[in-house]
Write a protein that binds this ligand. Structure first.
Ligand code: SAM
Length: 285
């Protein structure tokens, strides 16, 4: 595995532009279709919005109803909203940190591939592949693990409370769409491998020996636990375990707490932003 990386101004500028593009923060947030995340409204308003929007669409006029989601700059930096246009739900802070993690494992020659479990539109994995490309790294692979059809049925008691249908649909992004997103950024190649299916099926038989970056973003207790159980034993000493939903979702935090307690993991948990945390696997320098 490669060690020396040279942070040229060109690489820094490319990665900066990539992060701004992935988060859509390069542009002011445009209006979004009025039916996006319609479930914030009352039942009656929701039905009216759906009817109006679909009537307009069917006229073929090219017009649509839109609303101004008005995210603040802080919301966008912190990844606090469910974006309509961005290719990741992470804000800039989490992407900055992810870049830092990848650069650190390259600089410190921590061996292993990179994975995100729970990718949505793929933006986090696109950034990881972009960092490898920026430094000319050809001996590591980015694994992109998702059902590509949204969340699994709830199996664990800790995961009480189902999502409304519109949220479920929004969170279900198909494999072809994610592949196309990588292609749009010029980053779809043999260093990107998709693991399609439920984590409990795909992750135990994932085809890598070792990981340097393990990024968990499956939200649920079951999804977080399935990913930790299958993958944490493969995390190299000094590798990064990043948990996106630790602060925001109690069930996710509980899975992390239970797994760490069961396996005697005592590494300090460090805050990335208002929800995401990380720690480094024991044994690194
Ligand atoms: C919050 S989104 C991930 C956001 C993404 N990391 C980003 O940067 O925008 C959660 C994703 O986890 C996936 N997911 C959750 N539990 C899963 C499971 N048990 N198996 C497969 N995919 C799962 C969903 O399909 C969804 O794409």
């Amino acid at each position: 595995m490669s060690a020396d990386i040279v942070r040229t101004a060109a690489a820094a500028r490319y990665l900066d532009l990539l992060k701004r593009t992935l988060t859509f923060t390069l542009w002011p947030e445009p209006l979004c279709p009025i039916e996006h995340l319609n479930e914030d409204r009352t039942l009656l308003k929701r039905a009216a919005v759906r009817l109006l929007a679909s009537t307009l669409r069917h006229t073929g006029s090219g017009y649509q109803l839109a609303r101004d989601p008005k995210p603040t700059w802080d919301d966008r930096r912190d990844g606090r909203t469910w974006p309509y246009y961005a290719d990741t739900m992470m804000g800039l802070t989490r992407l900055e940190h992810l870049q830092h993690c990848v650069e650190t494992v390259l600089r410190e020659a921590i061996p292993g591939d990179l994975i995100e479990t729970g990718v949505w539109r793929g933006g986090g994995c696109i950034l990881m592949r972009g960092v490898l490309a920026a430094y000319g790294i050809t001996d590591r692979t980015v694994y992109v693990a998702d059902s590509f059809r949204g969340f699994p049925p709830i199996e664990q008691a800790q995961d009480s409370g189902d999502l409304p249908n519109e949220s479920r649909a929004y969170l279900a992004v198909g494999l072809e769409t994610v592949r196309e997103n990588f292609r749009r950024y010029g980053l779809l190649d043999e260093q990107v491998v998709f693991l399609e299916g439920w984590f409990k099926v795909t992750l135990p038989k994932a085809p890598f020996e070792q990981l340097s970056i393990l990024r968990l973003d499956g939200d649920m207790y079951g999804s977080t636990m399935d990913a930790l159980t299958a993958l944490y034993p493969k995390l190299a000493p000094g590798g990064f375990c990043i948990v996106d939903d630790y602060g925001a979702i109690d069930a996710c935090k509980q899975a992390v707490t239970d797994y760490r307690a069961a396996h005697g993991i005592t590494a300090d948990i460090c805050e990335i932003d208002w929800t995401a945390v990380y720690w480094r696997a024991a044994g690194g320098s």
